[in-house]
Design a binder for this molecule. Sequence first.
Ligand code: PLP
Length: 435
Amino acid sequence: MKFYSTNRRSDHVSFEQAVMKGLADDGGLFMPEIIPAFEKVFFSNLEKYSFQELAFSIAKKFVEDEIGEDKLEKIILDAINFPAPVVPLNENISVLELFHGPTLAFKDFGARFMAKTMEFFNSKEDKELNILVATSGDTGSAVANGFYEIEGINVLVLYPKGKVSYLQEKQITSMDKNITALEIDGTFDDCQRLVKTVFVDGDLKNKLNLSSANSINFARLLPQTFYYFEAFKQLQNKNENEIFAVPSGNLGNLTAGLIAKKMGLPITKFAAAVNSNSVFSEYISTGKYFPRQSITTLSNPMDVGDPSNLSRIRELYSGKHNEIQHDIYSDSTTDEVTLKTIHEAFNKHNYIFDPHGAVGYNSVNNYIKKNNLINYSAVVLETAHPAKFLDAVEKEIKIKIEIPERLKICLQKEKKSIQLSAKYSDFKNFLLRNS
Ligand SMILES: *Cc1c(COP(=O)(O)O)cnc(C)c1O
């Protein structure tokens, strides 16, 4: 499969180049030249495939012969080594739990698959690869975990000092070996600026073999299509009205769902659920796009004011807004309503949502009410485990949330980080000293 840039000013590239470059030379995002589709019979036989077998069949269509079948199978077995169960709340609504990975958020799917894929492509090189990633929390822990102990690849995670939660910091700084945590005396934007500056610094780029693990890498998007198929397979009440509610920020998760639909998966509608950062829901209703500064909310990984994957969504629909509106409903949920929703869902279904899932649950309920739907089946993507957001959730429902073992372990580990100022010269000197 060849990939083109959404800015259309770069050459088309292979899957390998799309993964190793991350971003196209013209600053655009990589998109596959065509979205491959499955035959109808594939969908009537979904039950016959395991999650990993589904993942393999999907990935194969994009990777083609660039990775041998044995190798691709191994990448998938290593990366997608935890389940994505669908838990019914009642006859019509269920939850797709995406938090069973090592860092308790759906970003594990993307980060792990990207790490194993990069490991494969890099193993043909004799140089070590240095990966830089700026994080406001969740991405850093998933990426660090995905690349942990991968040979020939070093990862530097830049995070803003004092601006990530205690738990997130523990997850980022309790790794060792090939993972280094850099505690930057600045904001998330400073961390991102440092990483971006490195990539336009010709001097450094020539000396170090660098790549980035940002969220727009196609290798992070692809594995997110897998669990839409897996969820559909598990649905008990298949229906002519299948709605998937996707808590959204940078729209990667939603884009993956739209790709799954284009591949033939019969999803009727996506409810793109955003928090008070409502740029996307306004875009859906008006067709006008006004990016702006993000504001801080309870569901902070969704605090995005200029979602990067919008350009991919426009590509999928050739810019036709009426078709985008046909497939996507979107609305915005405030923090106040999010907390109320956690409470209500717990009372009604005895299910504990985290703030992200709660935004999704609220959104899909709004959609159902507005359209007086009776026959439908709705799936809410629960993108993080509620224990990741203990304070907010426990305050609402006043019951103790069990902290999963894999989280407890990292809480006991010692914090290891290197402190740096937000000055580019300091960061550059650090990179040169350590290469
Ligand atoms: C990143 C993240 C999101 C938003 O996903 P996008 O693909 O950026 O839209 C939602 N929930 C959680 C828990 C996240 O970490």
